[in-house]
Write a protein that binds this ligand. Structure first.
Ligand SMILES: NC(=O)c1ccc[n+]([C@@H]2O[C@H](COP(=O)([O-])OP(=O)(O)OC[C@H]3O[C@@H](n4cnc5c(N)ncnc54)[C@H](OP(=O)(O)O)[C@@H]3O)[C@@H](O)[C@H]2O)c1
Length: 342
């Protein structure tokens, strides 16, 4: 049996706690350290997640200097991802970085180059890619169960109270829907367009986006885009931080359509998830049940550790080439909508 991957968590916010529980439920990893801008937060987080208090670091630098840490999970707000990912690479740590990897494509390239230069693994934390439900959807698309796939509709939004200084609405913290959640529907669309031709993803030939900006901070409150792929797949994607949607993915083909009711976080616990296959002409949909044995974050931690153990340069479910394609779409969408970060 190989040694467990020793994780350090960089920043102690909301998703950091959820990921810590994911590591605890993984088959490959162990949380050994945490770093925060505040020693109190680091100690508190360490106490909650069973980390040795000696490895509760009061700075991110100290976490990166910790020789007991093999991999770091970066969960700061988006604008800090680039800097800490580059520093983590320089420190020789493998890096799982929250989405979006960076604020734009050029910065994503810099991070990927830094990871490549030090030979460390880098993955943008699109956790749903590692879940067996996603694998099942890809199999269905490839199997021809839907016939020829023509259209993907994918939505992800929520309605958060306005706070001009917060992470969700603030300009300085990279707020707005496209960067926070828009990457999910875009990545689903690219995944399905690729699956149609047996590829891990496909990049669109054209992107046409619109959006509504918050008058005070200039970040997108909600936005939609149409993506056109060279193989005939069209995708309609939408997102927002000031809008309530159904947050589902629908994939339409000549012989039927598939509803993915919970495409992103999938299930918060180990309850089975359900896909609904509507075959053309059938009166009721077929239910396809996927039963997980871990949470989506545990699957993600395991996919990451397995890639390291296999000596890979990328996590197959979410490669850095895939990240670059996603960032290119987000760049175009943000530009068309007119979002400018200070
Ligand atoms: N994959 C997912 O399911 C998922 C879900 C939610 C969020 N995310 C991503 O995870 C990242 C963090 O989201 P979150 O919801 O966890 O955010 P959050 O609760 O606001 O936590 C962010 C943490 O980052 C640190 N930080 C560093 N610089 C900061 C600054 N200038 N202002 C505020 N905090 C700063 C703080 O930790 P310290 O005080 O300990 O330094 C803070 O607790 C985002 O990039 C987001 O897109 C992913």
């Amino acid at each position: 049996m190989t040694k467990p991957l020793r994780w350090g968590i960089l920043a102690t916010g909301k998703i950091a706690g959820i990921f810590a529980r994911g590591v605890a439920g993984s088959r490959t990893g162990r949380l050994v350290a945490v770093g925060s801008r505040s020693t109190d937060s680091a100690r508190c987080f360490a106490a909650e997640h069973g980390v040795d208090p000696a490895r509760a670091h009061g700075s991110y630098e100290a976490l990166l200097a910790d020789q007991e840490v093999d991999a770091v999970y970066i969960s700061t707000p988006h604008p800090q991802h680039e800097d800490w990912a580059v520093k983590a690479a320089a420190a020789g740590k493998h890096i799982l970085c929250e989405k979006p990897l960076t604020l734009d494509l050029a910065a994503a390239r810099r991070v990927i180059d830094a990871a490549r230069a030090r030979g460390v693994l880098l993955m943008e934390a699109f956790m749903y890619r590692c879940h067996p439900q996603t694998v099942r959807v890809i199999e269905l698309v490839r199997s021809g169960a839907l016939g020829k796939v023509g259209l993907v509709q994918a939505a992800f939004s929520f309605n958060a109270p306005f706070d001009s200084q917060g992470r969700i609405w603030g300009n300085a913290l990279g707020g707005g829907g496209i960067l926070d959640v828009g990457g999910y529907p875009v990545s689903w669309a690219r995944l399905v367009a690729g699956a149609v031709e047996g590829k891990p993803f496909l990049d669109p030939a054209a992107v046409a986006g619109v959006g509504v900006l918050h008058p005070q901070t200039g970040v997108d409150a909600y936005a939609a885009a149409t993506l056109a792929f060279a193989n005939g797949v069209i995708a309609q994607v939408s997102c927002g931080v000031g809008l309530t949607q159904d947050n589902v993915v629908r994939i339409y083909g000549t012989e039927g359509w598939l509803l993915v009711p919970s495409p992103y976080v999938v299930t918060r616990d180990l309850t089975p998830s359900k896909l609904l296959l509507h075959r053309a002409g059938a009166t009721t949909p077929e239910e396809i049940i996927v039963t997980p044995d871990r949470t989506v974050y545990a699957y993600e931690a395991d996919a990451f550790a397995d890639a390291i153990a296999a000596g890979r340069r990328d996590v197959p479910a979410m490669s850095t080439a895939d990240t670059l394609g996603n960032m290119a779409v987000l760049d175009a969408w943000l530009r068309q909508v007119g979002v400018v970060y200070a």
